[in-house]
Design a protein around this ligand. Structure first.
Ligand SMILES: [Zn+2]
Length: 304
């Protein structure tokens, strides 16, 4: 869906209205940011995929920033990223740098976008050899979408942890982003339906997929800063959803066992995952995860 992702937006000068492109994309369900780590149902690429990407514009600095930052996901996810020639209409991820916001298709939803059209836009990346923390955050966030992650702040696990003050939220995004109430509802207020997510963690306000939030926008007065780094939960979920049998040399301590532990799988159950194969691991984790979260959500509503 669409998407002016807010974190970087506040660094954009002037109004941050929706650009025509974003409007076009708004009603395309494949672009819907619908899923803390929260993964979209059926949105994962096959494990071990070699994902090609192509730049449609961008300066040498901007392109270098994307190359150097996006690769960080591959230390956890068992995927490769390969740069194709510029303007390659058949690259799996097609990246523009139009100055009208940042957004991305979710996972393999990119395959249903017309060849040659963008699947990701990075409108806020500076033309600088130095990659700022905010720029890193934006690139990691949009690539999180490209690998199947959805928005943390719309996680079904939000209930009971973070309660939005809806009237204030509508007014805030209208004033800061120029968003309509429908846009605020679909991008911020609504939580994903359990049917649309394959697995998700407890609400992780440190996730790269979480929008920053001023404390007065929620009842609990939680201040969510602009996250510019991958959280441990982001890493763990990415590793489990794209299972690695061996850790990446750049992240030697991130084994599948550790990732499962970080995600909350009880120590006694972890062994049963090992040797299951890619789909077996994904399936077993998804089953455990949904069962676990539903149990917690059920308990939260009973407590409330
Ligand atoms: Zn987003």
């Amino acid at each position: 869906m669409s998407i002016q992702d807010i974190p970087a937006a506040r660094h954009v000068k002037g109004a941050c209205g929706l650009a025509p492109e974003t409007e076009e994309l708004k009603f395309n369900p494949d672009l819907n940011h619908t899923q803390a780590a929260v993964f979209g149902k059926g949105k994962l690429w096959p494990n071990g995929s070699d994902i090609s990407y192509s730049f449609f514009g961008g300066t040498a600095n901007q392109q270098a920033a994307v190359r150097s930052v996006a690769i960080e996901w591959t230390y956890y996810a068992n995927i490769n990223l390969t740069q194709a020639d510029d303007h390659d209409a058949y690259a799996m991820v097609r990246i523009g740098f139009n100055a009208n916001g940042s957004w991305s298709a979710v996972g393999n939803g990119a395959e249903r976008i017309k060849k040659g059209d963008l699947t990701m836009n990075l409108g806020w990346i500076d033309d600088s050899p130095i990659v700022s923390a905010d720029n890193r955050g934006t690139i990691l966030h949009e690539w999180g979408h490209a690998l199947g992650m959805m928005h943390e702040h719309q996680s079904p696990a939000r209930g009971g942890t973070l309660t939005l003050k809806t009237d204030t939220v509508y007014a805030y995004y209208r004033a800061t982003q120029g968003w309509s109430n429908d846009m605020v509802k679909s991008q911020i207020i609504d939580v994903y339906n359990l049917n649309n997510v394959s697995n998700f963690s407890k609400l992780d306000t440190t996730s790269i997929m979480m929008y920053f939030m001023e404390p007065y926008l929620n009842v609990e007065n939680i201040d969510v800063p602009v996250n510019t780094k991958l959280s441990d939960m982001d890493k763990a979920y990415m590793l489990i959803n794209y299972p690695r049998t061996r850790p990446h040399p750049k992240a030697k301590d991130w084994t599948l066992e550790r990732a499962l532990g970080v995600a909350g799988v009880p120590a006694g159950e972890i062994k049963a995952y090992l040797g299951l194969g890619d789909e077996g691991i994904r399936k077993k984790f998804e089953d455990w995860n949904i069962f676990q979260r539903q149990k917690e959500l059920g308990k939260a509503s009973i407590d409330a």
